[in-house]
Design a protein around this ligand. Structure first.
Ligand code: TYD
Length: 364
């Protein structure tokens, strides 16, 4: 029987990278029942959650956040106590080539979800209304790009998105805030830095580099490799989301970051060094595969997050340092060759061809 004590959360995008990690943690730690609404786009993988196959407190529903009728039915059937919106198109390079799906999912989809949530929330009893939360998971990229000496992004930093991806996430954040201020919807927003860890689709830097090393393929570094990102281990991020969901005041925004700034070339060298140790090849270093390629259009130079607010208000602190988190991540990929095989299907191969063909000194 489903447990009666823990709340029911409707999770969108629970088969994606961050959503899968959150769902697994939520069930392992009994944070909540989970109803997972996922459209199973190219980056989603239901097999991420195969450990929950016999869990009565986990329900998977295939569908899009843009499907109004389906979302309405889910509210009616499961009567959730909260929603966490992970569903999003999230890869900057794809947004540069094909912005449409970013506008559809991130802006129109979020708007649809907000409308249906508001209808539901307006019609539940007042005690449930008080406890209900709509948490929107967003990105630090909405704040724009920093120069080397700029202070890190704070929750009050003005929005200045610069890619179709970050512009679509900024629009969705504004809609969430608008539904809070206009209609009183009890919403929350989190803006995170670059996540890494198990189950990340290998179009993003860290898993792409790990897989290319394992396949002895060139390691593509955009531009001069000096762009800086702040890296957050995905389980730390999920814990932060849970703290915000359960303890933050409604209408608040929290930045969640790993306080681990690294240039891209440093990240790639770190991965190569760990693989030299864990999967050595005689007279060979993985770093010899490093290949500088043409820069991404409009490439943001630096992201960095000040996460003092979540530390102070919600007693959250990242547990994983970059050296420990990246080692765990590499080990996970080494131990999951079948998962890698599954996700590196035809669609993935097409993407690699399209994205890296445009680079001078083509790498594939
Ligand atoms: P990415 O993982 O795509 O995340 P984001 O663009 O959202 O920060 O990229 C991280 C950094 O790595 C970014 O500066 C772009 C760079 N990068 C490369 O140099 N080569 C690659 O093949 C990819 C995918 C990214």
């Amino acid at each position: 029987m489903p447990s009666l004590s823990s709340p029911t959360y409707l999770i969108t995008g629970g088969c994606g990278f961050i959503g899968s990690n959150f769902t697994l943690m939520a069930r392992q730690q009994n944070w909540s029942r989970i109803i997972n609404l996922d459209a199973i786009t190219y980056a989603a993988n239901p097999a991420n959650l195969s450990a929950l196959a016999n869990d009565e407190d986990y329900v998977f529903v295939k569908g899009s956040i843009g499907d109004r009728h389906l979302v309405e039915q889910l509210f009616e059937k499961y009567k959730p106590d909260g929603i966490i919106n992970f569903a999003a198109e999230s890869h900057v390079d794809r947004s540069i080539l094909h912005p449409d799906s970013f506008i559809n999912t991130n802006i129109l989809g979020t708007h649809n979800l907000l409308e249906e949530t508001l209808n539901y929330w307006n019609n539940i009893d007042s005690s449930k209304q008080k406890e209900f939360r709509f948490l929107h998971v967003s990105t630090d990229e909405v704040y724009g790009s920093l120069d080397a000496n700029d202070p890190p992004f704070e929750e009050t930093t003005p929005y200045d998105p610069r890619s179709p991806y970050s512009a679509s996430k900024a629009a969705s954040d504004h809609l969430v805030n608008a539904y809070h201020h206009t209609y009183g919807l009890p919403s929350l927003i989190t803006n995170c830095s670059n996540n890494y860890g198990p189950y990340q689709f290998p179009e993003k830097l860290i898993p792409l580099i790990i897989l290319n090393c394992l396949n002895l393929k060139p390691l593509p570094i955009y531009g001069d490799g000096q762009n800086i990102r702040d890296w957050l281990y995905v389980e730390d991020h999920c814990q932060g989301i849970y703290n915000v969901m359960t303890n933050a005041n409604i209408g608040e925004t929290y930045n969640i970051g790993g306080q681990t700034e690294r240039t891209n070339i440093e990240v790639v060298h770190t991965i190569c060094n760990i693989l030299d140790e864990l999967k050595p090849k005689p007279d060979f270093s993985y770093s010899s595969l490093i290949t500088f390629v043409k820069d991404r259009l409009g490439h943001d130079r630096r992201y960095a997050i000040n996460c003092n607010k979540i530390k102070k208000d919600l007693n959250w602190q990242a547990q994983e340092s970059f050296p420990t988190g990246i080692r765990k991540t590499i080990q996970w990929y080494l131990e999951h060759p079948t998962w890698i095989e599954q996700v590196c299907s035809g669609e993935y191969q097409n993407w690699i061809q399209t994205n890296y063909k445009k680079s001078e000194g083509s790498i594939n």
